[in-house]
Design a protein around this ligand. Structure first.
Ligand SMILES: [Zn+2]
Length: 219
């Protein structure tokens, strides 16, 4: 069996010399954006590291998987039952920014411009993939608006068809309440994901948000 390993490339042979190595390669290759070739390179790298390092990696992964929590107020990830943003008395709890997932919270936080709180939906309505409103954290958002002092709900989902559908569904649910609904300005290109938008553009979009009704007319 021939391995040609250079600094630049590894050719993945049809069969690996170890089933143990193959198992690791197969697991790593399931990660997004990682093909078999990269998986083999990473597995061989791990094999060359001191045992302590791989032990630390597997322990961290195990601990994260078993101990991480979702904030019981906004569904952001957290080490505690309430996340640092919701627990911060300086955050304005009357302004709620609705996002698809925790990466969007990180992206908006990196702008340093938003002082309200978040609500993480955990996805978008997508009938083709069988994701309906009940599978997302939409009801807790409606309950929050119904029972707490919320003055504004900002939709900050990516501007895809699924994002627009989700915004509109929530907008209709919120109509009976005395709350302003707005959306981040569409400086962000159609289909762009928030996490890939640069901080200045995202910050500007947040500051120049527009009433949601106005955005429906633009669609
Ligand atoms: Zn929270």
């Amino acid at each position: 069996m021939l391995y040609i390993i250079t600094e630049f490339c590894i050719f993945v042979p049809m069969e690996l010399p170890s089933k143990l190595l193959e198992n690791v390669v197969n697991e790593i290759a399931q990660l997004p954006g990682i093909g078999k070739r990269t998986a083999l390179r990473l597995a061989l790298h791990l094999l060359r590291q001191p045992k302590e390092q791989t032990h630390n990696l597997t322990t961290s992964l195990d601990k994260m998987r078993s101990e991480i929590k979702y904030c019981e107020e906004c569904y952001n990830i957290s080490d505690f039952s309430v996340c640092a943003i919701c627990a911060n008395p300086k955050r304005d709890k009357t302004i709620v920014c609705v996002v698809e997932d925790v990466r969007d919270v990180m992206a908006i936080e990196s702008t340093g411009l938003f002082k309200g709180i978040y609500h993480v939906l955990g996805g978008k309505i997508n009938p083709i993939e069988g994701i309906g409103p009940s599978q997302l954290n939409i009801k807790p958002l409606i309950d929050k608006v119904a029972t707490e002092k919320v003055l504004e709900v900002i939709f900050a989902l990516s501007s895809t068809m699924e994002g627009d559908t989700t915004n509109f569904y929530i907008y209709k649910q919120l109509k009976e309440f005395d709350v302003i609904t707005s959306t981040i300005a569409r400086g962000i290109g159609i289909g762009d994901e928030l996490e890939y938008t640069d901080e200045i553009t995202l910050g500007r979009s947040l500051m120049h948000r527009i009433p949601f009704e106005q955005s429906i007319r633009q669609i």
